[in-house]
Design a protein around this ligand. Structure first.
Ligand code: ARG
Ligand code: ASP
Length: 715
């Protein structure tokens, strides 16, 4: 009995404790689920100040930037703040050798200097409503997954049609808790978003790949844009007539800074997490999927780096590609380490044991959910080797640029119609795509990727899963000889060749392409994948989705004393936690703040990652921090126990009063496994202190015009 009581105590204590920092919460449910605890942790405002559909609340200052990052409104003239790495594409698109904004930074000293960005948009969330019942009506347990989905799609379409909204608003509906709940979002999307400011990459991406996913950090990862609206303040396409957007709410900025233990919250659009997987699924990620992806990226990055360090031109061409491949490569390594170190599999097994014993206490639960875990485990076994092949395919194919050319041409051919006039437009598109690929292409580098990655493709997989054509070629030639043939003889190795073929009639286009050796190999690898792997995965995946949905339903039912948050799905969430350091390893203690002294410690003149602009060094030497320094030091970054993920980049870090104190941009290495298993002892998000952001804008760039727009409070 005593032992039993102790177990209950441990269980209660653990779940309360983890809930304190863990979770990405729906803003409209804070009042019911979280407000009390948030206040206990230090929050001084009410849940209704965060989300309110009747008056301006904090949520009206938060936007999804382009669907991949978060940004926030910081002036009553539509000025928004996000990360440097979120705005980087825009900065890069405006950069040239004469105007090297990547290297030198960009600042608009008045609105006329702001730069237009094709395709960039921001979305506000106007309201959120639960629509579960209307979505899952007409559904029963005898339906196949496909039948079920088609009923849901039909219901979604109907609700979207019937729902009352303004003409300038949009609606989307998303599943939550693996399809156990559905919420409807009314949004307003502004498509005229102009670049206002970005520091040099030596500040905005200081430390680059070496420091990425790491603490202690010293990066000024921010950039600024402005939202423009039509004369009614409504969404509009770009037009010179548009005016700066007047927000319902803009964030006030506090220069007070954060101390250990202070309450913080991060408000934004986290992309994807998987917190409710079974032990079997986590094991597969750790043992099969992450290692497969890491191995391929390791080889690809090695090859790219060997070229980039020798050739400045290639370095510029491949910089963005390299950074993006490296970002996930490094994250997955941290993830495996973190899952191992935090004993994630054992933790899940313990949780499953609790789950199983609760099932046993209730015959109805037992009969409904008693087999799920077993079935999940056997289904994961069934899909395991297929997911390895899927990861190999997904990782290898897009890294070989000539395969991207073949892919673009394949889809172009399949889209061609009989109408030559309509095809003209399609020709323009494909020509643009070909240019994009070849602008960032080096033939020697690409051939090395081709040889290395296809070697892994054949060596690491069972024969029956790989391309018969490639196997046949390999019986007569080495991979190097095969590559040589292709990279010298294929018509697809030069943009001009391809364009002149594209300009001809479509019949000869199809003939030439179909007889090309690169194209034939590409097609054979693709078809082998679809027949041997892709089709099977899709059908098993349907089964996993169903089991996962039932497992989620079961967890919500049997742990009805626990408060659950739904996995991230790129919808608006609030996460909260206190500012604190952590112990990465035995005997090591990490502080929660960094200062410019640390920037200078890392400074390496002329280095690709750790060089600094002279002006920044001068300001540091003169201790000229203005009102942004404290006691002669300039704060730079800090960490807290907020549960964030990819997509949260650019999210505001808010203090107890809802004032802006920092900008979220990363997580610590030891805690990147928070997407799968949040561990409050080592999971920390990394934010740049707002005072460093303002110091750079004001003192470094002299853009006082922007500072004047902002509302800076003393509290
Ligand atoms: N790790 C950050 C997040 O996942 C990105 C940081 C961008 N910087 C870089 N060096 N890649 O997206
Ligand atoms: N750096 C990520 C982002 O771009 C944030 C994270 O994964 O913590 O959204």
């Amino acid at each position: 009995m005593k032992k039993y009581l102790f177990q209950i105590f441990v269980l209660l204590f653990c779940s309360l404790k983890s809930i304190a920092d863990e979770g990405m919460w729906l803003p409209q449910l804070l009042q019911t689920l979280n407000e009390k605890q948030m206040k206990k942790m230090g929050m001084k405002i009410n849940a209704s100040d965060i989300y309110n559909i009747n008056k301006g609340s904090l949520k009206d200052a938060i936007v999804s930037l382009g669907g991949f990052c978060t940004a926030e409104v910081i002036s009553n003239q539509g000025l928004i703040l996000t990360n440097h790495h979120c705005g980087f594409d825009a900065v890069q698109n405006h950069s040239s050798l004469e105007h090297n904004y990547i290297r030198d930074g960009f600042w608009a000293y008045n609105k006329n200097q702001e730069l237009q960005n094709q395709g960039l948009f921001v979305s506000f969330i106007i309201s959120i409503d639960e629509v579960t019942n209307a979505i899952i009506k007409d559904i029963n347990n005898n339906m196949t997954e496909k039948e079920r989905q088609s009923v849901i799609d039909k219901n979604i379409a109907q609700i979207k049609k019937d729902y009352k909204k303004e003409t300038y608003q949009d609606i989307f509906i998303r599943p939550f808790f693996e399809g156990n709940k559905y919420f409807l979002f009314v949004t307003e999307t502004y498509k005229d978003v102009r670049l206002v400011g970005a520091p040099p990459a030596s500040i905005g991406n200081f430390g680059k790949d070496t420091d990425n996913w790491m603490w202690p950090r010293h990066t000024g990862d921010f950039s600024m844009f402005r939202i423009y609206a039509d004369k009614n303040n409504h969404p509009a396409e770009f037009s010179p007539e548009n005016i700066p957007y007047t927000p319902k709410k803009s964030l006030a900025i506090s220069l007070k800074g954060m101390k250990e233990g202070d309450f913080t919250m991060v408000f934004g659009f986290p992309g994807r997490t998987n917190e409710y997987l079974s032990a079997a699924a986590i094991k597969q990620i750790m043992m099969v999927n992450d290692p497969a992806k890491i191995k391929i990226r390791h080889e690809a990055l090695d090859i790219m780096k060997s070229f980039m360090t020798k050739d400045e031109g290639i370095k510029i061409q491949y910089a963005a590609k390299y950074a993006s491949i490296e970002n996930a490569y490094k994250k997955w390594q941290g993830e495996v380490l973190g899952l191992t170190k935090s004993n994630a599999i054992q933790k899940k097994l313990d949780y499953q044991a609790q789950f199983t014993s609760r099932l046993a206490s209730n015959p109805e639960w037992q009969s409904q959910y008693g087999k799920i875990l077993e079935e999940l485990s056997s289904t994961y076994k069934e899909i395991e080797s297929l997911t390895f092949a899927r990861d190999y395919y997904n990782e290898i194919m897009p890294k070989i640029e000539l395969f991207n050319v073949a892919a673009a041409l394949t889809s172009h051919i399949s889209n061609l119609g009989k109408d030559d006039a309509a095809n003209l437009d399609k020709n323009k598109k494909i020509n643009g795509k070909i240019d994009d690929i070849f602008n960032e292409y080096n033939a020697v580098l690409d051939q090395q990727l081709f040889e290395k990655l296809l070697t892994l493709y054949v060596n690491d997989q069972p024969k029956e899963n790989t391309s018969p054509l490639l196997q046949e070629l390999l019986t007569i030639k080495t991979i190097h000889e095969i590559a040589n043939d292709i990279y010298t003889a294929s018509v697809m190795t030069k943009a001009d060749n391809i364009k002149s073929i594209l300009a001809g009639d479509s019949k000869s286009l199809v003939d030439i392409i179909k007889n090309d050796n690169l194209f034939r190999l590409y097609t054979d690898i693709n078809e082998t994948y679809t027949n041997k792997i892709g089709n099977k995965i899709s059908s098993i995946q349907l089964n996993i989705n169903k089991l996962q949905r039932q497992y989620m339903e079961a967890q919500l039912t049997v742990f009805n004393d626990k408060v659950f948050y739904p996995d991230a799905n790129s919808t608006l969430r609030v996460t909260y936690g206190n500012v604190k350091g952590y112990q990465p390893r035995d005997g090591m203690n990490y502080d929660y703040y960094t200062y410019m002294d640390g920037v200078m410690e890392k400074y390496k003149p002329g280095d690709y990652e750790f060089d600094l602009p002279k002006k920044l060094i001068d300001l540091y030497t003169a201790k000229d921090f203005g009102r942004y320094g404290v006691d002669g030091r300039q704060p730079v970054c800090f960490i807290a126990a907020n549960h964030t993920t990819g997509g949260n980049s650019g999210s505001p870090a808010l203090d107890a009063y809802g004032n802006l104190v920092g900008l979220n941009f990363d997580r610590v290495w030891e805690g990147t496994m928070s997407d799968i298993n949040y561990d409050p002892s080592i999971c920390r998000n990394i934010m740049v202190d707002i005072r460093y952001v303002l110091f750079i804008i004001d003192k470094f760039a002299g853009a006082s015009n922007l500072i004047e727009e902002m509302k800076i409070v003393k509290k």
